[in-house]
Design a protein around this ligand. Sequence first.
Ligand SMILES: Cc1cc2nc3c(=O)[nH]c(=O)nc-3n(C[C@H](O)[C@H](O)[C@H](O)COP(=O)(O)OP(=O)(O)OC[C@H]3O[C@@H](n4cnc5c(N)ncnc54)[C@H](O)[C@@H]3O)c2cc1C
Ligand code: FES
Length: 326
Amino acid sequence: MAELRYRGTVVQRGEDETVLDALERAGVAPPSSCRAGACQSCLLRARAGTPPADAQRGVRESLRLRGYFLACRARPDGDLELDDGDEDRQVEAEIVELGHLSDDVLGVRLMPRRAFEHRAGQYVTLRRHDGPSRSYSIASLPEAGALELHVRVVPGGAMSGWLAHTARVGDTVSLQGPAGDCFYLQDRPTQDLLLAGTGTGAAPLLGILRDALRHGHRGQVVVVHGARTHAGLYLEQAFSSLARAHANVRYHRAVLAGEPSDGVTVGPLDAVLSDLVPVPKDWGIVLCGDPGVVHAARRRVFLAGAAMADIRADAFVPTAAAPGLA
Ligand SMILES: Cc1cc2nc3c(=O)[nH]c(=O)nc-3n(C[C@H](O)[C@H](O)[C@H](O)COP(=O)(O)OP(=O)(O)OC[C@H]3O[C@@H](n4cnc5c(N)ncnc54)[C@H](O)[C@@H]3O)c2cc1C
Ligand code: FES
């Protein structure tokens, strides 16, 4: 049975337990959210011992090489000595703007207190000083200085509720990351791009589109934003004006309920993508937002001819309860 050493506590990992489960049982758990390997908020470092390779999937190479891994995915056979990693991975950031982009989406701008290298479209993990950690995607370009995040307000949400009702401009949070490979690839300036997502999955799409246009992208860019109803298309103005200003950009909307009209289709996002780009072979594809929709869309574009290597996705996997609380 593997022995885990963390914050002065020694824990035996139980059969089938992940490192996160075992540390939670011992009352010394690091922050976590999705428990599915999607948000990277549970990143730990193995100072001694070897973390399982599948618990390092998606972790940036520079961190992987230094022993960082995802505690919610790790079921190591050998002993591990653990810590939270270098303090410089956490950056203090000040909330410099907080306002509604729609009834249930907040726009949040965070100014890191020191240099914070990132790409538009990647995600960061926000940590409140009194506990919860959650991941959010970046809609702004690095030159903007402050990071622009779009946060859907979830009823009873520990982070989104705090941002909506308690946090004030001037408050600080801790930022960790960035992570994820949903960003613009400068070395493919003529590749056609399909950027699709639901809900606040539009935030990374806006970031990637801004970056593509800033680099003078020459291929066509098709942006498809899906929502339950028209009210959820909170970036309609921003995307429409970018499409008007750039001949190679097309903006399309998909709603599950409502009336079809010019540029608006009623139907699930993956079906709409098939109609707009029937054969996405050689297209660069980015999919973000609801995990079920991302999964269906990824499958659809792959079966229609897109190469796996050309499909990048961030599924916004919500917080999962610890096993004992589920
Ligand atoms: C890689 C990544 C990027 C993300 N980017 C964004 C982003 O840019 N914008 C954004 O708004 N969110 C994003 N998320 C989701 C975000 O991290 C949080 O999960 C979300 O904001 C809810 O956190 P909360 O603390 O407000 O609610 P919690 O306290 O975590 O949740 C309250 C309750 O609501 C449930 N719940 C929360 N969200 C959902 C959901 N979508 N569907 C069903 N039940 C739910 C929870 O399970 C819980 O029971 C991202 C997630 C990942 C993994
Ligand atoms: S990646 Fe481990 S909790 Fe999300």
